[in-house]
Ligand binder design. Structure first.
Ligand SMILES: Cc1cc2nc3c(=O)[nH]c(=O)nc-3n(C[C@H](O)[C@H](O)[C@H](O)COP(=O)(O)O)c2cc1C
Length: 359
């Protein structure tokens, strides 16, 4: 019923991508459950070491023989330079008040700001994964071609038509159109984030009109209604993140899941506070407090590394106010059914809608 160019290319039954969600939610169990249910599960691997990445891929392969994807963050910032050292020192000092509150050591030394993209790519090439997706930019053409040469489908993320055009010129096989409703980090890489906050309803048809590769609608899609709407706008599939966060297979912290199930359309905000990169999440005391920060928040991945100990300690203490609770504007529609039930219900609802409403 909902066969598209992309479902044929990927050899999947339903045009539903479970969004890659780095930081824990997209466990091998979740990825495999969605792929086994006829959609396609995606591992958010941006924060994984090469060893963790290989282990997760092997686990997914034990759990499913269906196609799945792996997603990485394209590096875009140089590591700490002389100019940023002062900003890092100022932020470290400022963050000590939260460390004090959570009872953890002050001024922790940070050994590594992010994982090596090159090493992560090497693992993906060795593992010959079915789908490789990326966000925050465009990897080198060498990487894109090496993936495609071994049969991996390559998918980039755009938040504007101009970004989609750049991705198409780089030769990607499909493009995720990420509207500003979306939970998690913005994939924006050309203009400023404030110039690139286009809603899914407006973004998808404009990207569809300007590229010839399949477009995957993402941001605020929570059920069959969102799926039908996206297909009507010209999308070849949807990518749903927040919808899967509270399901049993999701690795999101229990306190985070409870917040997802208790939040509304007005609960989220876009913030730089946790990572130095704009991301949408449920409003917290940490987000509010950081608005008073007197300096400039260090860019990603520096701020992300600087707040890691605070987020981890907060999770341990079940203190949601200092955890990052990434979620999209559709969060009121989230539920805690199994991943397979979410896929099935989305397809059934879309089918019923098309049968009854558009005859
Ligand atoms: C917790 C969380 C983590 C995310 N991590 C990633 C990621 O690692 N890579 C990526 O491309 N997108 C990531 N995203 C964005 C999703 O791919 C997608 O654009 C978004 O979830 C769609 O909006 P929705 O949450 O309203 O469904 C993340 C989203 C959430 C909610």
């Amino acid at each position: 019923m909902f066969e598209t160019e992309l479902t044929r290319t990927l050899n999947i039954r339903h045009p539903i991508f479970q969004a890659p969600m780095a930081g824990g939610p997209t466990t091998p169990d979740l990825v495999a459950a969605v792929s086994n249910a006829g959609g396609i599960g995606n591992l958010g691997a941006g924060y994984l070491t090469p060893e963790q990445l290989r282990g997760a891929i092997q686990k997914i392969r034990e759990l499913t023989d269906q196609p799945f994807g792996v997603n990485l963050f394209v590096p875009e910032q140089p590591e700490v330079s002389e100019q940023t050292e002062e900003a890092v020192a100022q932020m470290t000092e400022y963050l000590n008040k939260y460390r004090d509150k959570l009872g953890i050591v002050q001024n922790p030394s940070i050994k590594k700001f992010s994982e090596s993209f090159e090493e992560q790519v090497q693992v993906l090439l060795e593992e010959k994964i079915p789908v490789f997706s990326f966000t925050f930019g465009i990897p080198s053409l060498d990487v894109i071609h090496a993936m495609q040469q071994q049969g991996t489908v390559v998918i980039g993320t755009a938040t504007t038509v101009e970004e989609a055009n750049h991705l198409e010129a780089a030769g990607v096989n499909a493009i995720v159109a990420q509207g500003c409703e979306a939970g998690g980090h913005r994939g924006t890489f050309l203009k400023s984030v404030s110039e690139s906050l286009i809603g899914t309803m407006a973004l998808v048809p404009q990207i569809v009109d300007h590229v010839s590769v399949p477009v995957i609608a993402s941001g605020g899609i929570m059920d069959g209604r969102g799926l039908v709407a996206s297909l009507a706008l010209g999308a070849a599939a949807v990518q749903m993140g927040t919808a899967f966060l509270a399901c049993p297979e999701s690795g999101a912290h229990e306190t985070y899941k409870q917040k997802i199930l208790a939040s509304n359309e007005d609960s989220t905000e876009i913030t730089l506070a946790y990572s130095g990169k704009a991301a949408r999440g449920i409003r917290t005391a940490f987000m509010n407090d950081m608005q008073q920060y007197p300096g400039e928040i260090p860019a990603y991945p520096i701020q992300n590394a600087l707040t890691r100990d605070i987020r981890q300690a907060a999770a341990k203490a079940n203190d949601s106010q200092y955890m990052s609770l990434w979620a999209g504007q559709g969060v009121r529609l989230a539920n805690d059914q199994s991943a397979a039930a979410i896929v099935k219900q989305t397809i059934d609802q879309a089918y019923t809608l098309v049968q009854n409403r558009f005859r």
